[in-house]
Design a protein around this ligand. Structure first.
Ligand code: A4P
Ligand code: MG
Length: 186
């Protein structure tokens, strides 16, 4: 669902500090598999807005089987946001981590259950590989719980490393693990 009609920021014009000269289109993936999952996603979107992130569009929410991690954890709710930002990628990561922290996120187990996980999928067409931040998110192209909601927002968007569109990447994935739409708007 589109929230406004601002133009797409197509490329990234970064100053030496890493702060963009123009608003940048980025995509953020949201996941929750503990407690009031939908409410955690709603709060995350609101809190990102309060931190200066402009929400351009929200994908539907999907209920998704956990991929990896400990057995018998609950299903996830996953969604993707298309946003406009005027901060650097690292500042965006810090903002996302602050939102996760406010949702009571604890890191007890690798890929363990979480109240809220925010991952930066794409930041314009930039490729970033540092110990703290990897963009595009390194596992996004192999995950239906990411590509299905992303394809709802931007099917023609091309992955800057793989060189294929989101729709094409989605077609390459097996049906399983399954995802199931639970809310068109939220
Ligand atoms: N980090 C590096 N790049 C990024 C990025 N693009 N966005 C670093 C966000 N963070 C990034 O993240 C670990 C570290 O990744 C951070 O310190 C940050 O500096 P984390 O949030 O503490 O832990 P995580 O998210 O569990 O780690 P990881 O390895 O990124 O997990 P994944 O690959 O995101 O997988 N199944 C379903 N159905 N739905 C899910 O949402 N999520 C995961 C987590 C596994 N299975 C899932 C789901
Ligand atoms: Mg994460």
């Amino acid at each position: 669902m589109k929230h406004n009609s601002l133009p797409h920021a197509l490329s990234c014009d970064l100053s030496s500090s890493g702060v963009p000269a123009h608003p940048i289109t980025a995509y953020i993936s949201l996941g929750s598999n503990m407690g009031a999952r939908l409410e955690f996603l709603r709060c995350a979107r609101t809190e990102l807005e309060h931190r200066g992130v402009m929400i351009r569009a929200s994908s539907p929410v999907y209920c998704t089987e956990p991929v990896g991690g400990p057995p018998q954890q609950d299903d996830f709710y996953n969604a993707v946001l298309e946003v406009l930002v005027t901060c650097s990628p690292l500042e965006l990561l810090r903002g996302c981590q602050g939102v996760e922290q406010n949702a009571g996120r604890e890191r007890l187990q690798h890929w363990g259950p979480r109240t809220l996980d925010l991952d930066i999928l794409l930041y314009a067409d930039r490729i970033i590989s540092t110990s703290e931040l990897q963009v595009p998110h390194p596992r996004m192209w192999e995950r239906r719980f990411v590509l299905e909601p992303l394809a709802d927002l931007a099917p023609q968007l091309v992955h800057p490393i793989v060189g294929k569109s989101v729709a094409a990447l989605l077609q390459l994935l097996p049906e399983s693990p399954r995802v199931c739409k639970v809310a068109e708007t939220w």
